[in-house]
Design a binder for this molecule. Sequence first.
Ligand code: FES
Length: 81
Amino acid sequence: MPELIEIKVDGTPVRVPAGASVASAILDSGTVTLRHSVSGEPRGAVCGMGVCFECRVTVNGVPHVRSCMTLCEPGMDIRTK
Ligand code: FES
């Protein structure tokens, strides 16, 4: 059984398997919109391999982090808004 770690997604505690990507953790929390475009359109992960940049979120206060390319770490604070 994989080790579970706790992170926060938009302030809500979420337990995910160690080694999970931030994108998968966000989706697992029930959030499908990762950010909004400059025109206000909801955006989500498209390629899942670091190319499209549609999955950008704020991680520990750092904006524009590609969630599909970043692994969860205990205590990580992830913001989609
Ligand atoms: S989903 Fe395309 S860069 Fe993350």
